[in-house]
Structures are given as structure tokens and as C-alpha cells.
Ligand binder design. Sequence first.
Ligand code: ZN
Length: 85
Amino acid sequence: MKSSRKRYGSEPNKGAEEDAGKKDEFFDLKEVLWNCLHCLCSREDAGLIKVGPNGEESLCESCGSYYEIHEELPDHRLNLYKYAV
Ligand SMILES: [Zn+2]
């Protein structure tokens, strides 16, 4: 079992400019669909993606950093972004 790290963001120098638009759309969709499992913030607001109790890339930077230190999720951030989505 090899763990492949997903890369987010767009790569310049794609060569074929016609196909570049389609690929950007695909990656953009993935970014939009991601939400922090705890505070529900969007990928845009997350900062770094952190490891949580439910797996890799499940927490935003704020929730993940708290989890690393306290080994529990921050109650004050639970569903913080619920109505911002
Ligand atoms: Zn969060």
C-alpha cells in the first residue's frame, strides 16, 4: 500500500492551452467539495489541510492544530461555518 499525496493547485506550463481549461475545472471542483469535518469551513478558508480522527485531509488548519495539541476536537469550533456554506 503506497500513500500518494494529492496535490492541489494548478500547474503552469501545461503546453496545450485548449485542454488546460478542462483540467482546471476538475481540480477546482474537488477544492469546492472539500469541507472541514469539524467546523465545516471551505477549502478556501481552511489554510493547511490537517490530519484528524477521521483520517488524513479531514480537518482545516485551525481544527487540526488544536487536535494535534489536545488530542481532541475544539468544541468552540464545532459547525462554526455551518451557515457560511
Ligand atoms: Zn475546521
